[in-house]
Ligand binder design. Structure first.
Ligand SMILES: Nc1nc2c(c(=O)[nH]1)N[C@H]1C(S)=C(S)[C@@H](COP(=O)(O)OP(=O)(O)OC[C@H]3O[C@@H](n4cnc5c(N)ncnc54)[C@H](O)[C@@H]3O)O[C@H]1N2
Ligand code: MOO
Length: 401
């Protein structure tokens, strides 16, 4: 059986960044930019008023007081039609182009309208450039605004819009299909009959995929029947990653590994020295230039959750172009003494013990099938194999949920 570290190394070896795709900028939040984006405009496109007021010749305000002739009104979106000469002013709104001849803007609050298109201004410190943003001072046409490799946030979508880009080339979100297997499973909408339980792993995995930046595809439930599994797995192999839940340990109905082998999925590893999640299966299919990574997650809900957070999330990250920095796990401090018993390294649910999320406390937890207790968990703490007493202040690897 391999270790968690070896399993992660194998995933790193077999997962590769997806080829870039042109997508709508609005759908690209969280994606890695796969091109250099340059501006096709100057920003601002003209010397622009930064205040509502009057465009003036600064020299007219040298004494701090002036009465000027108002020659026109310029609103944002319109071009001036007249030049401003000495002793003249143009009424101007924020964002509007500065008329030729004017070299400063006086705020409306420092002015008083007079009869016959005249204005009185009382304002000190009106020098050339006052309240004007020069053309192209934010961005010049042709200049790179976003480098390739930048992760897109909402603000980058704004920058893309400013430079006329509604579509952009990015490393796309991986498509991840989920198939829950097991005769005992009923859909969330059904009341389970005798011997049956609801399929909680399916919806949980779909939600985990979305949270990890993947595009989730629901393949529903497959019975432990070879034909049904074969058909649904074939469908799932169209995705970038296929995640199966259940049927990977050693039960009589655990058909998943053999159905995968039939469909040209090659096993990379089966079973990791880990609790919960030991029976995890990982493989890869390379057919006609199309690669699909396949994870068979243990059916026990916490095993499924943990294996997703440890392994599938990492694979999604690599396909989406995350850097090794972004893939790193956190280190946290144990808040109280804790004795851990077990023969496998264990991902143990814990909650934050302080508001600054520095120290953590393990929860009361009944093991791999106890999903309900997980609802109080903020993170998973990694304890090593073997019985050991940990002290308050000990540093442990933590996986934040
Ligand atoms: N002889 C062995 N038996 C088992 C081993 C082993 O190594 N040798 N490993 C144990 C461990 S650890 C786990 S975890 C489970 C994993 O088994 P499978 O992945 O084959 O999963 P199933 O047997 O189908 O189910 C296990 C458990 O989880 C429940 N389940 C399954 N799917 C769902 C779902 N979608 N939603 C909610 N709950 C689900 C299922 O009813 C079972 O109770 O094997 C141990 N046995
Ligand atoms: O390792 Mo299994 O996932 O306990 O329960």
């Amino acid at each position: 059986m391999i270790s968690i570290t070896e399993a992660l190394q194998l995933i790193d070896q077999h997962a590769a960044q997806l080829p870039p795709q042109q997508v709508a900028a609005l759908t690209a939040i969280g994606c890695l930019l796969a091109e250099e984006v340059a501006s096709d405009v100057d920003s601002p496109p003209h010397d622009k008023a930064m205040m509502d007021g009057y465009a003036v010749v600064a020299a007219d305000l040298a004494s701090g007081v002036a009465e000027l002739e108002v020659i026109e009104e310029i609103t944002a979106g319109n071009m001036p039609t007249k030049a401003v000469a000495r002793s003249q002013a143009a009424r101007i709104m924020t964002g509007a182009p500065i008329p030729s001849g004017a070299d400063a803007v006086v705020m409306i609050e420092q002015t008083q309208p007079l009869e016959n298109n005249r204005v009185r201004i009382e304002a000190t410190g009106i020098a050339t450039g006052k309240n004007i943003m020069p053309k192209a001072s934010s961005l010049a046409c042709g200049v790179t605004v976003l480098p390739s490799g930048k992760r897109l946030r909402a603000l980058e979508v704004g920058v893309l819009a400013e430079v006329g880009r509604s579509e952009v080339s990015v490393v796309p979100r991986p498509r991840v299909a989920v198939l829950s297997t097991g005769d005992e499973l009923v859909d969330v909408t059904e009341k389970p009959g005798p011997g049956r339980i609801r399929n909680s792993n399916g919806p949980m995995l779909l939600a985990q995929i979305a949270a990890a930046g993947g595009v989730a595809e629901n393949l529903g439930i497959a019975r432990d029947v070879r034909e049904e599994l074969t058909e649904k797995i074939a469908c799932g192999l169209e995705a970038d990653i296929l995640v199966l839940s259940g049927g990977v340990s050693a039960g009589v109905l655990d058909l998943v590994p053999s159905v995968l082998a039939q469909q040209q999925v090659t096993q990379v590893f089966h079973k990791v020295h880990l609790k919960p999640g030991k029976p995890i299966w990982f493989g890869k299919r390379d057919v006609d230039g199309k690669t699909t990574l396949v994870f068979g997650l243990p059916g026990n809900p916490v095993g499924s959750l943990v294996c997703f957070e440890l392994f599938v999330r990492r694979a999604i990250g690599i396909l989406a172009g995350l850097t090794s920095n972004e893939l790193q796990s956190a280190e946290v401090t144990l808040a109280e003494t804790f004795t851990h018993r077990g023969d496998r390294p264990t991902m143990f649910p814990a909650r934050w013990a302080d508001a600054t999320q520095q120290t953590a406390l393990p929860l009361a937890w009944k093991g791999s099938a106890d999903l309900a207790a997980m609802a109080s968990a903020d993170l998973l703490l990694q304890f090593r194999a073997g019985d050991a007493e940990y002290r308050a202040g000990d540093r442990l690897a933590g996986l934040i949920l």
